[in-house]
Ligand binder design. Structure first.
Ligand SMILES: NC(=O)c1ccc[n+]([C@@H]2O[C@H](COP(=O)([O-])OP(=O)(O)OC[C@H]3O[C@@H](n4cnc5c(N)ncnc54)[C@H](OP(=O)(O)O)[C@@H]3O)[C@@H](O)[C@H]2O)c1
Length: 505
């Protein structure tokens, strides 16, 4: 395969495009055919050995990609060959194929195009976490965003505006500021020519700003800190200038202010549930067109080093991206056959497929026909079957006596009760659907059901679901009818098809 290779640490001009062997995957990894890759600031640092992660030479840079799954390791269940995914791979993405740890791979809806998919998670994920979780930004508050036309800066402009803030965008030239205005900035400051502090005093009638978002560092940091209002928060996001500022602590004391660090990568590792919730909201906003990444320019693999150079020269506004190949419809079977899957002992990865999200329960009323996608696989074992028999007092030997089943049943395995696999629907639905502000919903009925194929002990099952009808009730709750099809791995007939009823409060 073709890849842009860093053979020795240095500037972008030292990168070479060459043929290299395709990557292999471990049991918990996913092999992806890269369609589009995004160019991020760490790509410029990692090739110079200035980033916190230091891959061994030679390697391909490129930490964020979108593509199609070619193959998965034996412990991966949330994606499968052919799926459209985005991945935060760290490096390796400026190549035709990349292998990525499964927990950094996310399935994406068909409604998000490749370029938006590849270029959104990193910038918007960082800025949403910064504004919401670290900055506690509230509607009506004023925020100053430095480097506002850069990758994370422009995402912060757009998100802060959506969150109801008054946005002051600061950047080094008018062209950049015009993009910030297009994304909704209320005021702009050209910090190459204007006095940042004086201008903020004027805009805020001497009060100062509630929040500073700083991905730039260097000389702008101190005037920005001095521009904070009482109890303001200074978000330390990055140091694009290359200079980590040293700031007088007395300013924090005098303003009752907080200096707050933002480290999105660590946040996704240490707080995966909250991070996943943020991603759900962002995917929803992207799907609805509420936010849209600004694409500066599309490069190809031949020009990947130029893309990094343009980023370093402060030319990029929004995001530079690399179109690695045109969309492939289906991964080639030959390619799958050639994949070498190394056997390793690793723990099973957590599910990371993004559930279908609704901003509120009323949105369900417009979602008739919407597919809720497919759940993860679940293995049905004897403990589960026996527990169900004990709970329901239905202790027929076909369920609970493996020795008798081995002698008497055609396949020699005990059979899960039909209502056991039916009762798992709610567990699967919690994985698949997220409704903002709704923490629980009640599955209370089966409208119609047809049991087709028995689920045997040791089978893996998963749910395919879609919304068939949604009805508003007098008390404001929503009655949701969900079409369910329970697939059994390796069998051509489902366990059952059914329409179940959920009540959403
Ligand atoms: N904390 C986190 O979790 C996190 C996550 C993502 C990124 N980051 C960090 O945030 C920073 C910005 O990332 P980004 O992706 O937004 O980068 P970017 O797209 O290149 O934007 C950086 C902006 O910084 C300004 N800048 C000032 N001096 C610069 C210099 N010497 N070289 C390059 N840019 C300079 C530029 O705006 P003007 O020309 O208008 O000054 C540029 O638009 C980086 O340090 C990155 O590592 C941190």
């Amino acid at each position: 395969m073709k890849a842009v290779i860093c053979e020795q640490f240095g500037l972008p001009e030292t990168l070479v495009l060459k043929e290299v062997p395709s990557p292999t995957i471990d049991a918990n990894q996913v092999l992806i055919s890269v369609v589009t890759a995004a160019v991020n600031f760490p790509d410029a640092l990692i090739i110079q050995n200035k980033y916190q992660f230091k891959p061994t030479l030679p390697f391909a840079p490129g930490g964020e990609i979108a593509g199609r799954v070619i193959a998965v390791g034996k412990d991966v269940s949330h994606v499968q060959p052919g799926d459209r995914v985005v991945a935060l791979c760290g490096w390796g993405g400026f190549a035709e194929q990349v292998s990525v740890n499964a927990n950094r791979v996310f399935k994406i809806p068909n409604t998000i195009n490749w370029q938006i998919a590849a270029s959104t998670l990193y910038n918007y994920g960082t800025s949403y976490h910064a504004l919401k979780d670290r900055g506690q930004l509230q509607p009506g508050q004023t925020i100053l965003i430095l480097g506002a036309a850069g990758g994370v800066g422009l995402a912060a402009v757009e998100l802060a505006k959506k969150m109801g803030a008054i946005v002051i965008a600061a950047a080094s030239n008018q062209e950049k500021l015009n993009i910030c205005l297009k994304k909704g900035a209320d005021f702009t400051i050209n910090y190459s020519t204007e006095d940042l502090r004086e201008y903020i005093k004027t805009i805020t009638a001497e009060k100062g700003v509630d929040l500073v978002y700083d991905p730039v560092g260097g000389a702008m940091a101190e005037p920005a800190l001095r521009s904070l209002a009482w109890k303001g928060r200074y978000l330390v996001v990055g140091f694009a200038t290359g200079t980590i500022p040293s700031l007088p602590f007395n300013l924090a004391l005098l303003k009752g202010a907080s200096v707050v660090g933002v480290f999105w990568g660590a946040f996704t590792e240490k707080e995966p549930a909250l991070s996943m919730q943020n991603l759900r909201v962002l995917v929803q906003m992207i799907s609805r067109g509420d936010i849209q990444q600004e694409i500066y320019k599309v490069y190809d693999l031949n020009n990947a080093s130029q893309a990094i150079r343009d980023l370093m020269d402060r030319k990029v506004m929004g995001k530079a991206i690399i179109q690695v190949k045109e969309e492939i419809e289906n991964p080639s079977i030959d390619a799958q056959d050639q994949i070498i899957v190394k056997e390793t002992t690793v723990h099973k990865m957590q599910a990371v497929e993004l559930p279908v999200s609704f901003l509120n329960k009323s949105a369900l009323l417009k979602a008739i026909g919407t597919s809720l996608g497919t759940s993860n696989w679940l293995s049905v074992d004897q403990t589960m079957i026996t527990d169900f028999a004990n709970a329901t007092l239905d202790k027929q030997w076909v369920h609970i006596d493996p020795q008798k089943a081995a002698k008497l049943l055609p396949d020699g395995k005990t059979i899960a009760h039909g209502y056991l696999s039916m009762s798992l629907v709610s567990q699967f639905l919690y994985q698949m659907i997220h409704i903002e502000g709704v923490n629980s919903f009640l599955n209370y009925g089966i409208n119609k059901a047809r049991f087709i194929n028995p689920v045997q002990c040791g089978d893996q099952i998963r749910l395919h679901a879609s919304i068939s009808t949604a009805e508003l009730q007098d008390n404001g709750s929503i009655k949701l009818f969900i079409n369910c099809n329970m697939e059994i791995k390796g069998k051509n007939k489902p366990a059952y098809v059914a329409e179940i009823i959920s009540l959403i409060f």
